[in-house]
Write a protein that binds this ligand. Structure first.
Ligand code: ARG
Length: 289
């Protein structure tokens, strides 16, 4: 019998779920200090371009039916636009950040205040953590980054607060200093026990974390170094549309093969602060979601 080529598989059917996000219009965006390798305070920044690029992301979310809440940005806190660092929100409870660097500590009370005013339970952290920058809900577990920003002890704190298993992953490349710069969760909601699709940059993790990711997510998308360098993994997803950098061309192809629809949004100006699409997006998960 002759060897048959495997029949091409139809891409999986993906389902969009309407999300609720918190964003911050970067009216005071600039780079006045450096706390990650992308930030060069001597290089010029264009605040109006940052606002226009940000607005394109906001508009894309709204056009697809997502609900976007806003927190006001504050002069002197130029990193506030990266709302992913404003907390980790699950079951209507916000575990608020305790920033590693003094430059961002002024944001802590502002985010906590916003959550209180909007009916969320607020848990003040004992340990240093930077919210969804390092903590990503992936089905039944929370993936948690360590190595650069969040304290190891914050992972245990997170587990105690939300009662979900936390899987610690160690980041090793300073350019990928938050988990959300090296890993994206593509399925926001899955049936209990089901494994969500994720995408990650293998080279950003230590050997043990890479082995853990391979074991837990054997079907994951592994992106190229070029797409990782283009900040391709700093992407957000509604289960069908994946909002990602237009420069991550290989990643977009991988997404299409799996049945996702890439929505390219260029946030090049915000990358001067070391952030991208996911950094500008905090998911607000209410009591019932
Ligand atoms: N300049 C910010 C910092 O270094 C960028 C934060 C990016 N946020 C993120 N979720 N990766 O803290």
């Amino acid at each position: 019998m002759s060897q048959m080529a495997p029949a091409p598989q139809a891409p999986a059917q993906r389902t969009m779920r309407t999300r609720r996000f918190l964003m911050c219009r970067p009216e005071h965006f600039t780079v006045s200090y450096s706390i990650n390798p992308w930030m060069h305070p001597d290089d010029p920044t264009d605040t109006s371009l940052a606002v226009r690029q940000w607005q394109a992301l906001y508009d894309a979310y709204v056009a697809l039916g997502h609900e976007v809440e806003l927190i006001d940005d504050v002069d002197g806190l130029p990193d506030m636009v990266y709302t992913a660092n404003g907390g980790f929100v699950l079951d209507g409870v916000a575990y608020v950040p305790k920033f590693r660097h003094a430059e961002r500590r002024g944001e802590e009370e502002l985010f906590a205040g916003w959550f209180r005013e909007h009916g969320f339970g607020v848990v003040e952290p004992e340990f240093t953590n930077e919210g969804e920058g390092d903590f990503l809900l992936a089905g039944d577990v929370i993936l948690a980054g360590r190595g650069f920003r969040s304290d190891d002890a914050s992972h245990g704190e997170l587990e105690r607060i939300f009662g979900r298993p936390v899987v610690s992953l160690t980041l090793t490349d300073p350019r990928f200093y938050h988990l959300d710069t090296a890993l994206a969760v593509l399925d926001t909601v899955v049936a209990p026990g089901e494994t969500p699709m994720i995408a990650y940059l293998p080279g950003a993790f230590d050997d043990a974390s890479r082995a853990e990711l391979e074991r837990r997510f054997p079907d994951a998308i592994r992106v190229s170094d070029a797409d990782g360098d283009a900040f391709g993994l700093n992407a957000s997803s509604d289960g069908l549309h994946v909002f990602c950098s237009p420069r991550a061309t290989g990643f977009q192809e991988q997404l299409r093969e799996r049945g996702y629809e890439p929505v390219p949004i260029d946030l090049s100006e915000l990358l001067l602060g070391g952030g991208g699409i996911k950094c500008c997006t905090l998911e607000l998960r209410g009591a019932a979601s």
